[in-house]
Design a protein around this ligand. Structure first.
Ligand code: 4AZ
Length: 855
């Protein structure tokens, strides 16, 4: 047995408190100093009485020692800190007013470059020497580039500054200054440099540390696109600990458009992530940064950036050893906009921020004047609005903004309307010098002020919505004005305290639907008891006691401590055979089973792209957003059903898709073709799409063609799928996994976009909510079995439809992993009120899937 007793006679006691006194006597053989006395604390006075002179000496010694240590401390602080030298690198630029640009200035090894750079360095040295804060500490300066227009020189200067002067030096360097050198003997003109500014920079990006093999200068050729990539792209990953830069130039009167066509660098993490920064300058200075990028973007993501003049700088700093291919980019030049904005005199029209949906350029101001004809008013509908900039306090629009009728708008906003009360409105757009975004797309209309939305309901925001959306429990006007002042229909609606009407079956479902929780009040249990997810009230002492007292596991599901509990049908069983109290512990990033089996086989449910495109209209899915979604085609019929990829060779789908019908042999694997990695049905030969034949179809033996009970099938591919950024498997939930009522889940497919309509060309996605089983049974009486679950909205609107069958319900679970909650099975029509879609519950079939496929 291990014991923690201290060894006898070992070492000196560290701190024995106030009663301890050390003498300078030699140590005894125990290692303790001889003469050490352990005095009782209350004995201190007795010691003093022994010798009053000794007390005075002691006080003097203490004072002297304190003074000495204070002085020493000050000196240490003064020399070590205040006077400690800090290497500071400033990056900056300046304008050379009397200089004509020569092409040779773009080549840093030309003699012309060297000669002009020499003059700039001399001038900088002179400038610094005039400042006591800078002169004595200036180490070195270097010119990195020149650009044309009025000639601009980009440079860095290194200082070794005492800590106490760093802030002052930063202030002086950031102040725009002018330097004039008198004409030299051979030069007729004086050498004038204006707008001399510089900012402290990440020293890693200073030229001294830049690897020359990773520094590129590119000039746009005519109207052509120039392509550049990270080293080794796409076959080998970019190097770790690299410092790369691409200086992009155009002709004097041009601006540049830069697009990243492919972008895959290491994921963004707090510290030390790999980073790409684009600057609207050839100096890597923060005030001119346009964007900072890391992670992975799908090809559809808009990564186009515009400069405000004829240069851009792209830098890459890498740390990680993780293997990512990097980026591929193109740029080209285009004439500078002569003006921005305009005057409209029509009854309706559209306008947008410059270069929309590319990122608008910095330093831009545009004004649109809208004057509608007749005696009507103007309203402006902002369909898309993205003016996000870092470090802007919420509610203030201090950097980029749109100003209309005296109000400034910025940030990211859902569609909104600004309605004026006259026939004329002015819209102003402003972008400052740093960080740009996609901008806005707006439409203007004229309207009759006495009837702004003919035949429709007018939101307080000015938006027009269908009258049927009023008082339906959903906020269709972003300001909730369609849900205010409603008279709820007691037969199927609940009146919230805030007077919103919500469907009755949302009451006591554990979700705050009213917004003021009034739909969840009165559902609570008496004091000292808690409410199970199934509504039961139990004593609090039974919560987290390791036993399933609720009967649905909810009393044990969210306990801080995961304990081993007796196994039931609702507890997760580890490979060891032991069961844990936690609900849904599989692949949640935390080891809950002692043998780690809950975190095994978790290579599923993740997308390749860390960034998702912003939804620009509709609910089209994005490339790689649902990489497990499969489209099943029948020759001559096209897309018929959906399915999901669960392993390289197995798909999950709905059994009813593979039942013979009207003499057609849907049960024959040979009639089917599976398309993996597909987004657009019209682009089945697009890169990344895989076409597979089926080897086997296993319909669940209990599938009932009449009730659609056990509506699940397994499809085996003839050859394994190759996983890629657009082909990946979804996670299968354990048999005990709970998708609780109210949880938001995604349904995807190419099914009809309306009941009786036609199939979608681009994969569609819709967010719906799990409906509790009792409500489900009430809404679809005598049709729901334990294998089925209702998911959707009682107001209709979002639902699966014909052609979505067999597709997955994707549920984002702990740790961001996506699990398949169900399979699209059936419904009474599509998107009808109070008729949600019905789905086959996946957890019910977990062991059957394992038995049939080994997955
Ligand atoms: C179908 O026919 C179908 N509204 C699938 C789902 C739903 C309706 C029909 C649910 O494949």
């Amino acid at each position: 047995m291990k014991s923690n007793r201290v060894r006898k006679g070992g070492g000196r006691p560290k701190d024995l408190g106030a009663g301890l006194k050390y003498s300078s006597q030699p140590q005894n053989s125990n290692g303790l100093e001889e003469g050490v006395e352990f005095l009782p604390v209350n004995n201190a006075k007795k010691v003093e009485k022994r010798d009053p002179r000794r007390r005075a000496v002691l006080v003097a010694v203490v004072v002297a020692v304190s003074l000495l240590s204070l002085t020493a401390g000050f000196l240490v602080w003064h020399f070590q800190y205040r006077n400690a030298r800090v290497q500071t690198v400033f990056n900056g630029y300046l304008r050379l007013t009397n200089e004509k640009f020569l092409d040779a200035y773009e080549n840093s090894s030309s003699t012309e470059f060297g000669s002009l750079a020499g003059k700039v360095k001399d001038a900088l040295k002179l400038l610094y020497s005039e400042s006591p804060v800078l002169g004595p500490y200036h180490r070195e300066s270097s010119v990195t580039a020149f650009s044309e227009g009025s000639v601009i020189a980009y440079y860095w200067s290194e200082f070794s500054l005492p800590q106490r002067l760093v802030q002052e030096a930063e202030r002086v360097m950031a102040r725009e200054r002018v330097i004039t050198l008198p004409p030299r003997s051979r030069a007729l003109q004086s050498f004038v440099m204006t707008s001399v500014v510089a900012f402290p920079t990440d020293p890693r990006m200073a030229q001294t540390t830049l690897d020359n093999s990773c520094s590129f200068a590119l000039h746009a050729r005519g109207q052509e696109q120039t392509r550049f990539t990270t080293p080794g792209f796409p076959d080998s990953p970019y190097p770790a600990r690299a410092r790369c830069q691409w200086a992009l130039r155009g002709d004097a009167e041009a601006v540049l458009s830069l697009t990243f066509r492919s972008f895959d660098v290491a994921p963004c993490d707090e510290r030390g992530s790999d980073l790409v920064v684009v600057y609207n300058s050839l100096s890597p200075v923060e005030p001119h940064a346009l964007v900072r990028l890391c992670g992975t973007y799908p090809p559809s993501y808009n990564l186009t950036f515009l400069s405000s003049q004829n240069v851009l700088l792209v830098t890459l700093i890498t740390h990680s050893e993780r293997r990512h291919p990097g980026f591929k980019a193109v740029f080209f030049q285009l004439p500078k906009m002569s003006s921005c904005g305009g005057t409209f005199r029509d009854a309706q029209g559209t306008f947008s921020s410059p270069y929309y949906p590319g990122h608008y350029p910095p330093n831009t101001d545009c004004t649109w004047t809208i004057e509608v004809p007749g005696n009507r008013n103007v309203k402006v509908i902002f369909r898309q609005f993205f003016l996000v900039e870092p470090d802007v306090a919420l509610g203030t629009c201090t950097k980029d903004y749109v100003e209309i009728l005296g109000t400034r708008y910025c940030g990211e906003r859902p569609q909104f309307v600004v309605a004026g009360n006259s026939s004329r409105v002015t819209v102003r757009f402003h972008s400052d010098q740093s960080y740009t975004d996609t901008g806005f797309l707006a439409e203007f209309l004229s309207y009759n002020s006495s009837d702004p939305c003919p035949g429709m309901f007018t939101c307080k925001t000015g938006r027009c919505i269908q009258k049927t959306l009023r008082c339906d429990g959903w906020a269709d006007c972003t300001d909730y004005s369609d849900e205010k002042n409603c008279k709820c229909n007691a037969s199927h609606q609940f009146t919230c305290k805030n007077e919103f009407c919500k469907p009755l079956f949302w009451v006591c479902d554990g979700v705050n639907d009213c917004g003021d929780s009034s739909d969840e009040l009165g559902c609570s249990c008496p004091a000292e008891t808690f409410r199970c997810s199934n509504g039961k009230c139990l004593p609090k002492s039974q919560q987290c006691d390791g036993r399933d007292d609720c009967g649905d596991g909810s009393d044990e599901a969210t306990c801080a401590k995961v304990s081993t509990v007796p196994c039931t049908s609702r507890t997760y069983r580890c490979h060891s055979g032991l069961c844990v109290s936690k609900a849904n512990p599989e692949c949640d990033g935390k080891q809950d089973c002692a043998d780690g089996s809950d975190e095994k086989d978790c290579d599923c449910g993740l997308r390749s792209f860390s960034k998702q495109s912003r939804v620009v209209g509709g609910q089209n899915a994005d490339v790689g957003e649902w990489p497990w979604q499969v489209s099943l085609h029948v020759q001559g019929q096209g897309h018929v059903c959906g399915a999901s990829l669960i392993s390289p060779t197995w798909l999950v789908s709905a059994a009813h898709c593979y039942a013979d019908d009207g003499g057609f042999r849907y049960s024959d694997p040979a009639v089917w073709t599976a398309y993996l990695g597909l987004l657009d049905q019209s682009k089945r030969s697009a890169p990344g799409v895989q076409e597979h034949r089926l080897k086997r179809i296993i319909r669940h033996p209990s599938f009932n063609d009449f009730t659609y009970d056990y509506d699940i099938a397994l499809l085996e591919l003839e050859r394994p799928a190759a996983f890629s950024s657009v082909v990946r498997p979804i996670c299968l939930p354990d048999a005990t996994h709970v998708f609780r009522a109210g949880k938001a889940i995604w349904v995807t497919g190419w099914g009809h976009t309306q009941e009786g309509g036609t199939g979608a060309v681009v994969l569609q996605k819709g967010e719906i909510r799990v409906i509790n089983q009792t409500t489900c049974e009430k809404l679809l009486p005598q049709q729901i079995t334990a294998r089925m679950m209702c998911v959707g909205y009682l107001s209709g609107a979002v639902d699966a439809c014909q052609g979505d069958s067999g597709g997955p319900l994707s549920s984002v679970e702990a740790d961001g992993r996506i699990f398949q909650a169900g399979v699209v099975s059936w419904g009474e029509g599509c998107a009808r009120r109070e008729k949600p879609g019905v789905y086959t519950r996946l957890p019910w079939f977990r062991s059957w899937i394992k038995d049939q496929t080994g997955v």
